[in-house]
Design a binder for this molecule. Structure first.
Ligand code: PLP
Length: 450
């Protein structure tokens, strides 16, 4: 731990409150923790309080905090070349693109770089619209795709509501979620079948010839860690092929090891037409995202200019961080570690916790990408807090969160769920330490059960 200085922490906090405008927050109601440092699976404040990062920040530090090889690569790149604009070729960018396409499935052989996930989705749907000459894009209600104009319109969850700008041509449909089936299905197989029938109906009634793309989070992230049932993604692929629609897999959160595979689509052997990524590609040490492009879509832009770009696309520092991250993840078998943690530690322990706690309705996930869904009543499945509850209505989840933090765990909490999303580099001991704290904190949630 670096030298701690509570007075310095107070100065950081005071300046923040005076001058920083925070995302997704009522500015007068927040009290941001001043973070002094971080290493591996932990971060700490200026008073010496250390937290186990069970949120991987915003589910992005897949390689943990301050990985020495990534830090060294950023420093070395800074010494060599900090900035070169996107129209030039650059060694860090070329190598990052080569490594990413080597990992990507099928014929996804080109990378368009962005600064993050929302811009990746903006460009993916632009590519799909230009490639098909169609304008509509379909996405699911339970989803998050980013906070820029089109990406927030694609988003299904309530973050879209205050941001509705009337972007046209975006249509939402229901994806599979067997625990709260929109189709009154009984079990995963029926859920899959009905979800695909619903999607095909949506395509037909919207007019297939008007639909450029279907955008899906391969495994839905912030909206619930919804793992698709076997056959669902293959069914979506088949519908896209049948109707000439581009399949865009949003792997901004699910990609780069989070599910125990390099890309979440690898779990079902699916090749989309476009994959969007960000977060885990370099663990967010320097902002980076992008779109991985199939040969077929690439051909559309061989002779015709692609009308889009960003000053910082493929920034050398970000790409150097990606090269070092991917190389370290390969050398240290970090993706394999995420898979093993899911199968041998997190899955079994969460299932045991579900049996012990009245408030645990369902646990689900894979790799280091899990959700615990909290309910008031296991029979009725009434959520512990209502959809999008805020203020006093969110009290049970607020008390649960406070119980975690008081015990040194920084949880990821959204609506009536806590997500278990530690770094892919976590050790068994760290994960067990975090799960033991969650186990204790769940007794706080149990007290609200009917
Ligand atoms: N897509 C998914 C699935 C995400 O989880 C996120 C962010 O959490 C985004 C897109 C947006 O990424 P960014 O915040 O980098 O714009």
């Amino acid at each position: 731990m670096s030298t701690l200085d509570p007075a310095a922490g107070k100065a950081v906090y005071d300046a923040d409150r005076a001058h920083v405008f925070h995302s997704w927050s009522a500015q007068g109601l927040i009290s941001p923790l001043a973070v002094a440092g971080a290493e591996g699976s932990y971060f700490w404040d200026y008073d010496g309080n250390r937290y186990l990062d069970f949120a991987s920040q915003l589910v992005n530090t897949n390689i943990g905090h301050q990985h020495p090889k990534v830090v060294a690569a950023i420093k070395a790149q800074a010494d060599k070349l900090c900035m070169v604009q996107p129209a030039f070729a650059n060694d860090a960018r070329s190598e990052a693109a080569r490594l990413i396409t080597e990992l990507a499935p099928g014929d996804l052989n080109r990378v368009f770089f962005t600064n993050g996930g929302a811009e990746a989705n903006e460009n993916a749907i632009r590519m799909a619209r230009l490639h098909t000459g169609r304008h509509k894009v379909l996405s699911t209600y339970r989803s998050y795709h980013g906070a820029t104009a089109n990406a927030i319109a694609l988003t299904g969850d309530p973050r879209r509501w205050p941001n509705e700008t009337g972007v046209s041509g975006i249509v939402h449909f229901w994806g599979p979620y067997a625990y709260r089936s929109a189709f009154h299905a009984d079990g995963e197989a029926q859920e899959c079948e009905r979800a695909l029938a619903h999607l095909e109906n949506t395509i037909v009634f919207e007019g297939a010839q008007t639909i450029a793309a279907i955008v899906l989070e391969t495994v839905v992230g912030t909206a619930g860690i919804l793992v698709p049932p076997p056959g669902y993604l293959a069914g979506v692929r088949a519908l896209c092929d049948k109707y000439g629609i581009i399949f865009i897999a949003d792997e901004v959160m699910a990609g780069f090891g989070r599910t125990g595979a390099w890309f979440a689509v690898d779990n079902w052997d699916i090749t989309p037409d476009l994959i969007t990524f960000a977060k885990g590609v370099n663990s967010g040490y320097v902002p980076l995202g992008g779109v991985i492009i199939s040969d077929r879509i690439f051909e559309t832009f061989r002779e015709r200019p692609y009308p889009g770009g960003l000053t910082y696309s493929g920034h050398p520092l970000a790409c150097a961080a990606a090269v070092a991250t991917i190389t370290a993840m390969r050398d240290e078998k970090i993706v394999e570690n995420a898979k093993r943690l899911g199968e041998s530690v997190i899955g079994p322990e969460l299932r045991a916790m579900a049996a012990r706690h009245a408030s645990v309705g369902e646990v689900r996930g894979l790799g280091v990408f899990w959700a615990i869904e909290l309910v008031r009543n296991k029979e009725t499945r009434e959520p512990l807090v209502a959809y999008n509850a805020a203020g006093p209505a969110a009290q049970p989840m607020n008390e649960f969160t406070a119980a975690c933090k008081a015990r040194g765990l920084w949880p990821f909490v959204n609506m009536n769920r806590t997500h278990v999303v530690p770094p892919c580099t976590s050790t068994d001991a760290e994960v067990k330490e975090g799960l033991a704290i969650l186990d204790e904190a769940l007794t706080v949630a149990d007290a609200f059960c009917a």
